[in-house]
Design a binder for this molecule. Structure first.
Ligand code: AMP
Length: 451
């Protein structure tokens, strides 16, 4: 997954893009980049690492100009090398173009093979580069026309911010898999994956970029943003996992506040999967907190922070290597002995993927004196990989794709394990945000062909 930010026409464009990326760090921790322009030249800085480390040593001051786009990367396709970091840039008959992409193309590999066979030279293993190549080959002279022609040929998830010296163009795929919002900062148009980026820079949300919409902002004439719908409409398939786990709880995604949705998922979970002998509900911080609050409310069981998270460790799951991930659980989460000793506890987490985090956690909780440990998950079993940008690459890594809930309970060492039902999740998402979600990771019902 990734975050994208765009600031059109503001004298602090790069600084604001930096802050926007900072607010969206949770969407990708592998690397970050900003490309800016002063209308003549283009400036770029991309590095591996966290946003605050990437842009040290005066790099922001070198990103001149009043328009900038930024990207944080979390590798879903392609390896974690620097050539894969966004925004990607190209120079072609279109002039130079930079492009920041959130989402995944399902046919990225197929296109890469085809284009390479035709002589294209790829710098990265990133599916975003396919879009760049298709744009360069489009024969169009105009950024919007090239983008449209390229994007009509590919399948999958794309929220994109593209920029050249004249304009900033944003596009969201017709199914609207990934979020993208437009905001206003003192008359300047700004874009970001989540509105917490706007909160930080003091921008107001104007609205979501709609599924299938293209919005163009001229960087030359300060005109109002222009909207068009160049793609054939498709049934909406917004990623429900943005609600379950991915987005920040203080963001409003797909029209609803994520914290509120998660609390409601927790209330529903308490109804569907009660734990009558529990004395205490504790969340797996941070992403399990809202659902645990909802569970405690729904079950009328006291809530406490029985596990403390070290904030000096990132989202361990995001680290591409299994060895780091394994070590990370203990680094990151530690039980509060006094809170849980001798108690039957309900531990609420947002999702169970491989089961490795939960397994270790249950052991730590028992070692710290918990009596019974009931695990409750505020989403259904994840049985299928995501091809639209969430990091669940192979089915065999997903414990629920091949094992029963009873097997998983035993594997993680819990006294009981209960998931929210698929129906419960979709009812909540639809009730709070209307219909039109992708839940393929829980059902295997993919809204697109897969390649
Ligand atoms: P696991 O131990 O593999 O079952 O991982 C479960 C934990 O990973 C839960 O605490 C989730 O909050 C978290 N998680 C779920 N999906 C993702 C993801 N795509 N990226 C990072 N963390 C995730």
């Amino acid at each position: 997954m990734c975050a994208i930010v765009g600031i059109a026409d503001h004298k602090e464009a790069s600084n604001l893009t930096y802050l926007g990326l900072h607010a969206l760090q949770h969407r990708g921790q592998e690397g970050a980049g900003i490309v800016s322009t002063d209308g003549e030249q283009v400036f770029a800085h991309r590095r591996r690492g966290l946003v605050q480390d990437v842009f040290g040593n005066g790099s922001l001051a070198r990103l001149k100009g009043s328009a900038a786009i930024g990207h944080t990367r979390y590798s879903t396709t392609g390896s974690s090398n620097i050539a894969n970091l966004g925004p990607l840039m190209m120079k072609s008959s279109l002039g130079w173009v930079s492009l920041a992409h959130n989402g995944n193309l399902v046919d990225g590999e197929k296109w890469t093979r085809k284009l390479e066979a035709e002589g294209a030279i790829f710098q990265s293993t990133n599916d975003t580069e396919v879009i760049i190549h298709l744009m360069a080959r489009s024969g169009e002279k105009d950024l919007e026309a090239a983008l449209i022609k390229a994007l009509k040929q590919v399948e999958g998830a794309f929220s994109i911010i593209a920029m050249n010296a004249d304009k900033m163009v944003v596009v969201r795929d017709p199914r609207g898999f990934r979020p993208l919002l437009m905001g206003d900062l003192d008359g300047s148009t700004v874009f970001a994956s989540e509105d917490t980026a706007f909160d930080l820079i003091g921008a107001k949300t104007v609205r979501e970029v709609r599924p299938g919409e293209m919005i163009t902002v001229s960087l030359r004439n300060h005109g109002a943003p222009e909207s068009s719908f160049p793609f054939a409409p498709k049934e909406k398939a917004q990623c429900v996992f943005e609600y379950v786990y991915f987005s920040r709880p203080d963001s409003t995604v797909f029209g609803s506040n994520v914290h509120e949705v998660r609390k409601e998922l927790g209330r529903k979970l308490a109804k569907e999967q009660p734990a009558p002998d529990a004395h205490l509900v504790i969340p797996v911080p941070d992403s399990g907190v809202p659902a645990a609050i909802g569970f405690a409310e729904g079950a009328k069981i006291p809530f406490d922070m029985g596990i403390i998270r070290s904030h000096y460790v990132g989202r361990t799951f995001i680290e591409p290597q299994q060895s780091i991930r394994d070590f990370g659980v203990k680094l990151k989460l530690n039980p509060v002995r006094s809170a849980i000793q001798g108690k039957n506890i309900v531990v609420v987490d947002d999702s169970l993927v491989r089961g490795t985090t939960t397994r270790k956690l249950v052991k730590h909780l028992r070692d710290a004196g918990a009596n019974k440990v009931h695990i409750r998950i505020s989403s259904p079993p994840i049985t299928h990989s995501c091809f639209y940008g969430i990091d669940t690459p192979t089915r065999k890594e997903l414990i629920a794709s091949t094992h029963s809930t009873e097997y998983i309970r035993e594997y993680i060492g819990a006294d009981s394990l209960g998931y929210l039902s698929e129906q419960g999740l979709m009812e909540t998402a639809s009730a709070m945000s209307g219909r039109g979600f992708c839940d393929a990771c829980f059902t295997g019902k993919y809204p697109t062909a897969l390649n």
